[in-house]
Ligand binder design. Structure first.
Ligand code: PLP
Length: 406
């Protein structure tokens, strides 16, 4: 049984007020709040166990290294990956996708080669591919969403052609919550010999993930949306792709030997982890993932599905609200505008006065907003600690906006 009151009590920030009202935090799509266990583990790491990793032979360095490397195993478990050496630490999704773009894709793509991607993508899964278009003449092949905001996996599969070198696709839209059947895409692409990168930034937060079942080659996560610290994250890379990849960043920790004339590299994953990493951030991410696995991702998914259904039923009752994206099985992320003159920024400002945090703008997904024919939306994105009472608070505040702006 999912004990929401207990879950909420785990997050200190939820007890604070904003503008004299209890905080209703509905900006989880941008970044999630942190449970006490994460905050305390990070404090402890700094207070009692801090040193650089992989370098020193002294006690604290060995301890920090053990704690840090344990997180690699935790991430592997979270993603159902058997070998933790396939996990590379990153600062988040953005670094992970850029790593693939620079270290794997750039050296093996020629002018006219294609990358298939969808209009749902976040800029983090667009701009690194634009770099290849600008610099190397790679062609971006866009797959359009359906009228309900969902993405038809078959259309992605049909877009794969003889020049396709990569499919780069999100598991869940950060704007509409649309879920994509990335497993079907992965299996079809694999049958055609085309690697697939899955952006799991949102997908991994809201449901259990088993990377081997997705038949993909790269799977990226970002720690701060997973109730962990910002600056933490990871990418899972299939061993065949790792073997093809050249190093990304150069520096300490990623080498075997450096002379004046030559350099040889450490074995993966270290080959892709140059410099001093976010030691304490990754330790915090490990605790966050343990927390999620303790709750059970299937329980988190069930709780959020109930929230989604309730929020949908309430929001659909507001006939002056334009809800973007209602595809079946979507996550509890709602983008909307109000009929009338109010801009999304106005609405979010009024909601903030009532203690409700939502995001307003383009959500780093300009191609999708252009497709939807809007310049900005408000986005309420729910997380594992949100309640039906908070849905009610949102609806009440929106009704207030409607009266205010007409
Ligand atoms: N992809 C999706 C779907 C996202 O929602 C986000 C964050 O908003 C990102 C990528 C980028 O993640 P980060 O900024 O943590 O690297």
């Amino acid at each position: 049984m999912y004990d929401l009151a207990r879950v909420r009590a785990d997050f200190p920030i939820l007890s604070r007020q904003v503008n004299g009202r209890p905080l209703v935090y509905l900006d989880n799509g941008a970044s999630a709040q942190k449970p006490r266990a994460v905050i305390e583990a990070m404090n402890h790491a700094y207070e009692m166990e801090y040193a650089n990793v992989h370098r020193g032979l002294h006690h604290l360095s060995t301890l920090a290294t053990e704690k840090y490397e344990e997180v690699r195993r935790i991430i592997a478990r979270f993603l159902n990956v058997a070998d933790e050496r396939e996990i590379v630490f990153t600062t988040g999704t953005t670094e992970g996708i850029n790593m693939v773009s620079y270290a794997w894709a750039a050296p093996r793509m020629q002018a006219g080669d294609e990358i298939v991607l969808s209009v749902l993508e976040h800029h983090a899964n667009i701009v690194p591919w634009h770099f290849l278009r600008e610099r190397q003449g790679v062609v971006l092949k866009w797959v359009e969403p359906e009228a309900d905001g969902g993405l038809d996996a078959q259309k992605v599969i049909d877009a794969i052609g003889p020049r396709t070198k990569l499919v780069a696709i999100t598991q869940m839209s950060n704007v509409t919550g649309a879920r994509v059947d990335v497993g079907a895409i992965g299996r079809a692409a694999r049958a055609r010999g085309v690697p697939v990168l899955v952006d799991g930034s949102q997908g991994a937060v809201h449901a259990p993930v088993s990377v081997p079942d997705l038949a993909c080659d790269f799977y990226v996560i970002t720690g701060h949306k997973l109730y962990g610290p910002s600056g933490s994250g990871a990418i899972w890379i299939a061993p065949e792709r790792m073997a093809e990849m050249r190093p990304f960043l150069g520096g300490g920790d990623m080498i075997r030997e450096v002379t004046r004339e030559t350099v040889t590299y450490a074995d993966p994953p270290m080959k892709f982890e140059a410099g001093t990493p976010g030691i304490v951030q990754q330790i915090g991410l490990g605790v966050a993932l343990e927390y999620l696995m303790g709750l059970g991702m299937e329980n988190v998914a069930a709780h959020e599905a109930a929230l989604r259904d309730y929020a949908l039923s309430r929001l659909k009752g507001l006939n002056w609200l334009n809800l973007q994206g209602t595809s079946a099985g979507k996550g509890a992320i709602f983008s909307f505008t109000l009929q009338g003159p109010a801009h999304a920024h106005d609405i979010s400002t009024v909601l903030d006065k009532k203690g409700i945090a939502v995001r307003a703008g383009t959500h780093c997904a300009m191609p999708l907003l252009t497709h939807l024919g809007v310049t900005a939306t408000c986005r309420a994105s729910f997380g594992l600690y949100n309640s039906k009472a908070e849905v009610d608070a949102l609806v009440e505040a929106l009704e207030f906006c409607r009266e205010l702006f007409g």
